[in-house]
Every structure is written in C-alpha cells, then in structure tokens.
Design a protein. Structure first.
Length: 730
C-alpha cells in the first residue's frame, strides 16, 4: 500500500472527474443537500458549502442506536475510532493512529472541555451523553477555528435545547455479562420566554462480571436554560457535572490474553474524575445582518488516579529511577532481588474564560465574516507520590502498596502552572460565482505557562520556577464547487499545531527545550445525493506532522522529551447510507497509512533506535462499520451491525502484528403504547476474542511474546435489555 494514497495531481483529477460524471447522472432527480452544521465555521452553515470533512450524528440516530458509550455514537462516522479502555475510558484515532496523544480538541458548544496544556485522552468521559442533542466531528487540522490540539480533529458536542412542550423520559438497561446497569432520566418544557431542560444518567459496573477488578460507576447531569430577552437577543446557560469512579484492570500478557482473557493482575489501581463546567452565553443582533455571541465559561476538574501503567519492576532498591522496567514488559519473576514501585497522583484544574464571536453578513458576493477572540485563564495543580508495591509472585498480581517517597524520592512532584491562552480568529466566506464558495481564515494563539515548583528544585523534586510562552498562527484556505443541487466537491489546505503539554515540560527534573509540533493538512472531498436517496460523503487527505514530541533516550537509563519526529498520515474515507420505508443501511469505511518519515528516538550505545520509514504502531490499514436495519412493523425494528478493524503493527520496529478483528452486533426494539419502548442488544454476537489495544515492546534480539506483548481484552458476547418511558416529544 506504500504510496498508494499519495495526493498526486493525477489522483485528484481522477477523483474530481469521477465525482462530476456520477453527479451529472442524478443532478436533475435528487433533492438538494441541505444538512446544516455549526462546527465547520462556528456558525450555522450548509454542509454543501463547508470545505472540510465533517461527520455528524443527530439525536434521532443516537436514540435509535441505544449506545452504551460515547464511542458507539461517534464511531458511526468514517475515520473516527474511539478505542474502549473500560468504564468510559478511551483513546482515540482520527486521521492518526490509536493513541493517547494531545492531537484532538474536545468541545461542548464550541468551548474546549479542558484547557490547553492539560489534555487527557479520557476527556470524553467528562461529557453527559443524555445532555447532548448531537455531535459533530471536524476531521483534519482545525486549529484555524479551535486552536491548539485540533490536529487530527475536533469533536463538538451540542447540548440539547429545551423542548417547546412538556416532555420527559425515564429508562433502565442492564447487561448481565458486563455487570452493567444504567438509569436515565430527563425532563424539559418552555414557559413563555423561558425554556429548561434536565438530563441525567447514572451507571454502575459491579464486580460480578467477565473481567476481574473492572468495577466502576458514573453519575452525570446537565441543566440548560434558554431565555428570550427580546426578538433580537437571547440568553443560554448550562451546567454540566460528571463524577466517574473506576477500577482500572490494565492489560494482559500474551498467554493470559489467549487463555484467561478476563484476568487482571491489578487489585487496587483506580481513576476518579470529578468535573463541573458552567457557561452563560448572550446572543444578539448587534448590527444589521450581524449576530454577536458572548460566552462566559468556568471549569472545575479534579482528576485523581493510582495508575496501573506506572507500576514497574525495579532491579535494585539503590537506584530504581534508572533500573525500572515497565511491568507490562517483564514477567513476574523478573529480578528476584528487585522490588516494585508505582505512583499516586492528583491533577486539579480551575478555569475562567471568555469567548466572543461575531458573524457579519456582507453586501457583496454573498459574503460572511466570522471573527472572534478567546481568553482562557486556568490554574493546573499537580501532586504525585511514589509507592512501594507488593507483588504476589505465584500469581503475578499486585496485591497492596505503601507510600515510598522517602526510599524513592525521585519522581515526587508538587507544582502549579498558571495557563494563559489568548487567541483571535477570523474567517471570510464568499461566492465569486453561483457554484463556488471560498473560505479563508486563520487564528493566532498565544500560550503562556507560569510554573511554580512547591518543592525544593533538584534531582529528586523537579525543575526550577519559570515562565515560558509559545505562539502560532494557523491559516486555512478552502473552497466548495457545486456540481449540481445534489452534489458538491470541496478542497482545503489547513494547519494545526500542538504546543508542549505542562507534563511534557515539567514532569521531570530538567526542563527540555521544546517547540510546538505542526501539522499541514490537504484534503479533497465529494458529497452527493445519488439515485434512490443514497447519500455519499467521501474525503481523500494527507496530514504531515513536523517536530513531533517524543521521549528521546540519550543513554541507558536517561530519557527526555524532544522534537524528534516527522510523520505522514494519508487515507480515503467513505460514507454511504440510505433510508427506505422498511429498510435502512449505512456503511463507513477508511483506508489509511500512517508513516514515520523521520523518527529517531535513541542514540544509546549499541542500540540506536531509528524507525524512519516504518509504519506507525496501532495504525490499522482499514476500518469498516456497517449496519442494516429492518422495520418489521412501524413500531418494531431489528438491526445487524458490523465493526471491522484491520491488522496493525504492535511495535515501532514493525515486527509484531495484531491480526485485527470483526465483530457483529444485533439490536431489536419495539415501541408499545403510551410512550413505552422495550429493546435489547447482543454485542460481539459470535463471541470473538479480540483486543481493544495491542502493543509490543519488542525491538530486537530474542522475541518472547509472553513478556513483551500486551493486550487490553475486548468484551465477550453480552446481552443488554432495556425499557424506556417517554412523555411527549423529546
């Protein structure tokens, strides 16, 4: 597949010609494309005039699928893969390999869920599924509108508006195999100029399930109020609170994954996320043809964990910082005279911010100008301590721990970082002809970290106090071309960037000299409404990264962060769907390759690690999601779904491969009288053994799978049943 997806002029020409010919065949018979999205320009815009790849899932689709997690919602979108790590924890892959890297921007009503510099791959567990009216995913670099980290994409959840008439719902679901129970509730109505909506769910995964040490619970609620001040101005207020308390079972070695997939070697590791977000937005017509939105927002997040991935076997207690090896890569009997260490930490964030946006219609060429400023002031406080862990050698399980800060002071941290993010953006849209729509814009971001070490700086307790700043301008240029009322082409050039995270700068003793990583994005796409109402959405893209921040090993036992990697991701995304009277179906497919252009991570003596030219690990060549539904009666529906993930390399050296997997899921629902609905789901219908995350530490020499390969086991076949009661039109 090497070079097969290069965006050469010939490939773009063939792509456009095929689109033009196919669209001409249906131009006079299909209705116009009229889907409205808000994430492509931060304002309501026709999808056909948006020169960027956007996937959207409506609340209607959401309710029909009965998703168990956010991942089951957004994974409907081609090119998007939410990777399940249990109890709503996850990693992500959008035009990037499956990873925990800070290359995505997670938003709610256009406001980042977390502040800059404190990215976490689990951030979507801080959303309330029942409080959202839909979700839109901008794929590719979107920093021109949303700033840093919007490189692989931006995921924007839109809070659900209050209903015009009284509505409500209650529901319960249970999965015995997974030990999972969830209760949903909500109510909404409008009284004159005031509309209110309450949305809530509580879930619990008990300890009696297929996987050891995997219990957890979450409570989430959203309050939203809309108030009409006048015919030309409105107020919108929202409050979102989530509280997640989860065990973290961790991954398994090769033999346990194959023979005992429900095992966990952890008995005390955990994660606790408690988050609160509030916003107050005023929107009004401030000029003729102009609409201004002013949003005040606040965050209060507390993230504590005793992570399984920091538990390490150490060679000797005299110098564990330089002789530790991750437990996922060494067997239980590694170095009998050694001991095991771990960490416990808390990451707290408080924020206040202002987002101002103005949309102005202009009198020439159907033009529109969207401008704005963004101001975010956040305080990130972080504390961590080291642990001494007791491991039971016969079983390999970690069974208890005590604080170990005195015996092992290296790595103890207590610091605060003030984060200031100021940005200004502008985007101009105009139509030089009836068929062409041009979009040009950019955003300037300035980021400032004010770091204060609350311990005595030094070899054991971290870096000295400092102030450090980064700045970047992110441009974008794109255009759409309407082939017909039912078909359009688009293309865009854009840039994204990711500044160093707080933890990358200040997590160790010395502060590395780091620059922002930048990503150049080019894509072309074709959207069309074909014969018989078949909708098509496709995109061909290339995303090139420079100065990727990696952990660089200079000598044995010594590593630091460094801008040392250049990457290239390119692929083809395709979506097809159709809704008939009795049948509906959808297919979403992605073919991609992700390559290290240059990636040298070590110069240590005797083991130079240079992966330039290799495929990136955990990067499937293809993914496929599909579903076909049959409306047996107007009140009954059955749907069979398919999820196929292609094979991928598990290590940088491209010598260990995960074979991929194919899963089948079955959903059935029946609407009864008076708003009742009963439904059921069977996930992993064929009871396939698979992994949600597979990696290997193997580099060279003797290959020992059971000490070098690790897997996060996917759930076996499970059956969930649910019952809901709705009052009015939700």
């Amino acid at each position: 597949m090497k070079n097969s997806l290069a965006l050469s002029p010939l490939s773009l020409a063939v792509f456009g010609l095929f689109a033009s010919l196919s669209a001409h065949a249906v131009a006079q018979t299909a209705p116009a494309l009229d889907t409205i999205v808000v994430s492509g320009s931060r304002s309501e815009t026709k999808l056909s005039e948006t020169p960027v790849s956007i996937g959207a899932v409506s609340r209607t689709q959401w309710d029909a699928d009965k998703p168990k997690s956010v991942g089951e919602i957004i994974n409907r979108i081609p090119g998007v893969h939410w990777n399940d790590l249990g109890n709503e924890q996850h990693s992500m892959a959008i035009r990037q390999p499956i990873s925990t890297n800070a290359v995505y921007q997670y938003l709610e009503d256009g406001i980042p869920i977390r502040p800059l510099g404190v990215f976490n791959h689990n951030a979507l567990n801080e959303t309330n599924m029942n409080g959202s009216g839909g979700v839109e995913v901008v794929k590719g670099a979107a920093s021109s509108l949303y700033g840093s980290n919007a490189v692989g994409g931006a995921v924007n959840f839109l809070t659900q508006r209050p209903s015009r008439t009284p509505t409500g719902y209650v529901g319960i679901r249970h999965d015995n195999t997974d030990g999972f129970t969830r209760v949903d509730s909500g109510a909404s109505s409008t009284w004159g100029d005031l509309g209110l909506r309450f949305s809530h769910y509580s879930s619990q995964r008990d300890t009696h399930n297929w996987q050891q040490y995997s219990g957890g619970k979450k409570d989430a609620f959203t309050l939203r109020g809309d108030y009409k001040l006048s015919d030309k101005s409105w107020l919108r207020a929202s409050l979102v609170h989530t509280n997640l308390d989860s065990d973290t079972p961790g991954s398994l070695f090769e033999n346990d994954f194959r023979n005992n997939p429900g095992k966990s070697i952890n008995t005390f590791t955990w994660r606790k996320d408690k988050t609160t977000r509030a916003s107050l937005a005023w929107e009004g017509e401030t000029t003729q043809g102009g609409l201004t939105t002013v949003t005040l927002f606040a965050r209060n997040n507390d993230h504590g964990q005793l992570p399984n991935y920091t538990i390490k076997n150490c060679g000797a207690p005299t110098d564990p910082s330089k002789r530790c090896a991750a437990s996922s890569t060494k067997p239980a009997t590694y170095l009998p005279n050694g001991f095991v260490v771990g960490t416990i930490n808390n990451n707290h964030v408080e924020s206040l911010g202002l987002d101002v946006k103005h949309e102005q219609k202009l009198d020439w060429l159907r033009a529109r100008l969207v401008t704005g400023v963004y101001i975010d002031r956040s305080q990130n406080d972080y504390v961590s301590d080291n642990l001494k862990v007791v491991r039971d050698l016969p079983t390999g399980r970690y069974i208890s721990y005590t604080l170990n800060s005195v015996a092992n002071p290296s790595g103890v941290r207590n610091y605060g970082a003030g984060i200031a993010n100021d940005a200004a953006f502008a985007q101009l849209e105009f139509s030089p002809s009836e068929q062409i729509r041009v979009v040009a814009g950019g955003r300037y971001d300035r980021i400032r970290y004010d770091f204060k070490n609350n311990l005595k700086p030094g070899a054991n307790y971290g870096a000295v106090n400092e102030v450090r700043s980064f700045a970047k301008f992110s441009p974008k240029l794109g255009a759409t071309y309407a082939l017909s009322p039912s078909s359009s082409l688009y293309s865009n050039l854009s840039m994204g960037f990711t500044p160093p995270e707080v933890s990358q700068l200040y997590g160790k003793t010395a502060i590395p000299e780091l620059n922002s990583a930048t990503y150049d994005n080019v894509e072309v796409g074709w959207r069309a409404l074909l014969a018989s109402g078949i909708r098509l959405d496709s995109a061909l893209y290339q995303l090139s990264g420079k100065d990727t921040i990696v952990s660089y090993t200079s000598e044995i036992g010594d590593s630091y962060n460094k801008n040392a990697g250049n990457t290239r991701s390119r692929g083809l995304e395709l979506s097809l769907n159709q809704e008939l009277r009795q049948w509906d179906w959808r297919v979403g497919a992605t073919w991609a390759e992700h390559t290290f252009v240059t990636y040298r991570v070590s110069d240590k003596v005797g083991a130079i690690e240079d992966y330039s030219g290799k495929d990136m690990p955990q990067a499937p060549k293809h993914t496929l999601t599909a579903q076909v539904g049959w409306k047996i009666t107007p009140a009954s529906r059955v749907a069979l779904g398919l999820v196929k993930q292609g094979s991928y390399w598990m290590n940088n050296a491209n010598t260990v491969r995960y074979a991929g997997h194919t899963l089948l899921n079955l959903t059935a629902s029946h609407k009864l009288a008076d708003g009742w609905e009963v439904w059921g789901q069977v996930r992993n219908l064929t009871d396939k053994l698979y992994s949600d995350n597979a990696s290997s530490s193997y580099k060279s020499g003797v290959y020992t799978p059971n000490t070098q390969n690790t897997y996060a086991t996917g759930a076996p076949r499970s059956v969930m049943v649910g019952l809901t009661k709705s009052f009015g039109q939700r």
